[in-house]
Design a protein around this ligand. Structure first.
Ligand code: CA
Length: 234
């Protein structure tokens, strides 16, 4: 008997709950839903889900506090569902420990893509060192982490140390948004100045080297006010 991937959805809006339940069930996932934080947390603690979909605006608790609580004892991937457009809200959710977010309204294909990415990263945790050494490949771009070699349509691209670090971090987490702050602390260290200017300057140089048209990127996308997301492999 195969075990279905189990997802817990915490969302108080009935229509969204129904839409997500229908979509996930038709894709072969097992899903439980909770209309509030209290029920949601008890579903999580009793059922050990593979992934949590979480609305930030709940009647009894702020979704951010659920992330904080779950993260004290579990590393289950959490995708935040939010109608809120405030970037600060999303950045806070990501920095508190959410893996990604999806903004209402969204369609089934976007939802499924986010879920697959989050699950892939959680399953890859155990074999991280092997996986990170496997080259990243997408649309003519290849990054060989071991050889520190970047090629675009087989032609080597010269990146500085810092540029290579940024691109590697994004590529090893492809499909997933990485916040400005977490890029800065990963690349420059935890005590780095948290102003984004130096990151923006480096990103402009990276795009000039990688993208045919830096204004319409194919490889590294900007999530305005939040961070960057690298194209999925394939
Ligand atoms: Ca809500």
């Amino acid at each position: 008997m195969n075990t279905k991937t189990y997802i817990v959805l915490i969302e108080d809006e009935k229509s969204i709950c129904n839409f997500i339940s229908t979509t996930l069930t038709s894709q072969g996932y097992k899903i439980s839903t909770a209309p509030n934080a209290k029920t949601g947390i008890s579903l999580i603690t009793s059922g050990c889900p593979d992934l949590i979909l979480l609305d930030l605006g709940l009647p009894d608790m702020d979704g951010i506090d659920i992330i904080r609580e779950v993260r004290t004892w579990a590393s289950i991937p959490i995708i935040v569902i939010s109608a809120r457009t405030q970037e600060q809200e999303k950045v806070l959710a990501l920095d508190t420990g959410a893996d990604d977010y999806i903004t209402k309204p969204f369609g089934p294909s976007e939802l499924m893509a986010r879920i697959r990415t989050a699950l892939r990263h959680s399953y890859s945790l155990h074999t991280d060192s092997l996986l990170t050494q496997r080259p990243y490949r997408a649309k003519g771009l290849e990054i060989d982490f071991e050889k520190r070699l970047v090629t675009l349509d087989k032609v080597p691209v010269h990146l500085t140390q810092i540029e290579f670090k940024i691109v590697s971090l994004l590529a090893q987490n492809s499909g997933k948004v990485i916040t400005y702050d977490s890029i800065i602390s990963n690349v420059w260290g935890p005590y780095a100045d948290d102003n984004n200017r130096i990151l923006r300057v480096n990103m402009a140089n990276i795009r000039r080297k990688l993208e045919k048209n830096p204004a319409e990127p194919h490889y590294i996308f900007t999530e305005i006010g939040i961070g960057y997301r690298m194209a999925e492999e394939g």
